[in-house]
Ligand binder design. Structure first.
Ligand SMILES: Nc1nc2c(c(CN[C@H]3C=C[C@H](O)[C@@H]3O)cn2[C@@H]2O[C@H](COP(=O)(O)O)[C@@H](O)[C@H]2O)c(=O)[nH]1
Length: 341
């Protein structure tokens, strides 16, 4: 497999050469200070992945790991062209949108006896079966349903042929290294290869591959096969929500020209200069926030190496974005239809 620079090296290079997106040094320091008290709270930690999110598995077993693999294989492109016309899923008397609508549809299928998280099932699912499992409770279907069908079949076949049908086998092969698991995922599952070329240099983001490793760490509660000693080497996951919240918090800035395009709802293509700058600067911005948070704790004589990393910062910011939709409505998100985020 072709070797690309890591997401962190890529992010540094992009941030140094970016024209329409900039990381605001002062802003990142202010965000780190604002998070200082929160970072030591329980919900900022690993346990929040289950305690804050009712649709996530409670267990930490093979089935729970396979649930994470299935969901993160489909964890992309939930945004809708119009805010008032979107894909929604009703599950147990609640209506879910965005990423959570995917989880609701998966849990609905499992409750209906459909073994959607079993590789032997999704390796040979038909397009009609995918449409049924992920049916909408509005007239708006889940975007990219054909691509989802393709990546499900492709990933299921690889799991069956190389990992005995379960992602837990892949996790065990990583021998408690997040970077080794990341490499195994990239080598074996093509749909996770989230890469681009910027200023003639190859760059990587690996958003779904990194969140798969992070969610595996979370669902296994950082124990046993999931006790990755290098989890802090992951970056945040460059989706379309994190950039929005970083601009809202004034840690990152867009040029007037880019802001105009975003406000007009411009549809960018995967790999466009603007998209690469937004994603790369987001990763670099959060790496700085993590660094400044660590420094603030060190000044206080507290070692927070275990409690502060890009994964936990990402989860916090992503949940923040979910909970502050109204306040953030004037900050547009960038629109790309792709299978990477
Ligand atoms: N950076 C980052 N991006 C994340 C996630 C998640 C959900 N995962 C965690 C959440 C709770 C559990 O703790 C899961 O671990 C989804 N996304 C992305 O967001 C977009 C969907 O957004 P909206 O349309 O608003 O639902 C889409 O690109 C999706 O890929 C994350 O955590 N971080």
């Amino acid at each position: 497999m072709e070797v690309f620079p890591s997401p962190l090296e890529s992010a540094k290079f992009i941030a140094e050469h970016s024209k329409d997106v900039s990381v605001d040094e002062e802003g990142t320091r202010r965000v780190a200070e604002s998070l200082f008290d929160k970072a030591s709270a329980a919900e900022f930690g690993l346990a929040g992945w289950k305690s804050l999110h009712e649709l996530n598995p409670r267990a930490a077993d093979k089935e729970a790991v396979d649930w994470v693999f299935l969901v993160d294989t489909l964890n992309f492109s939930f945004w809708s062209e119009q805010e008032d016309r979107k894909y929604l899923v009703k599950y147990k008397d609640k209506t879910y949108s965005g990423y959570w609508s995917l989880c609701a549809a998966v849990n609905r299928a499992l409750d209906d006896g459909i073994p959607i998280t079993s590789a032997s099932y999704f390796a040979t699912m038909t397009l009609d079966q995918v449409r049924h499992v992920f049916r909408s409770d509005t007239e708006v279907p889940l975007p990219l349903i054909e691509e989802r069908h393709r990546v499900l079949n492709e990933s299921g076949i690889v799991l069956l042929e190389k990992f005995g049908g379960s992602f837990l086998t892949c996790v065990k092969m990583s021998e408690k290294s997040a970077q080794k698991l990341l490499r195994l995922v990239l080598e074996n599952f093509p749909s996770y290869r989230d890469e681009a070329v910027f200023e003639k240099k190859k760059v990587s983001f690996y958003k779904r591959a990194q969140i798969l490793v992070a969610d595996t760490w979370s669902v296994l509660e950082g124990k046993g096969d999931g006790s990755f000693d290098d989890i802090s080497s992951l970056t945040i996951f460059a989706d379309y929500r994190i950039p929005q919240v970083l601009v809202h918090l004034k840690a990152m800035k867009y040029s007037e020209e880019l802001m105009k395009k975003l406000r007009e709802g411009t549809l960018f293509q995967s790999g466009d200069k603007e998209e690469v700058e937004i994603r790369g600067c987001s990763i670099w911005c959060c790496a700085l926030i993590c660094k400044y948070l660590q420094e603030l704790y060190q000044k206080k004589g507290q070692d927070m190496q275990e409690n502060i990393n890009a994964v936990l910062l990402d989860y916090y910011l992503w949940d923040y974005a979910r909970g502050h939709r109204e306040e953030m409505k004037d900050i547009p998100f960038h629109r790309v239809r792709c299978i990477y985020y």
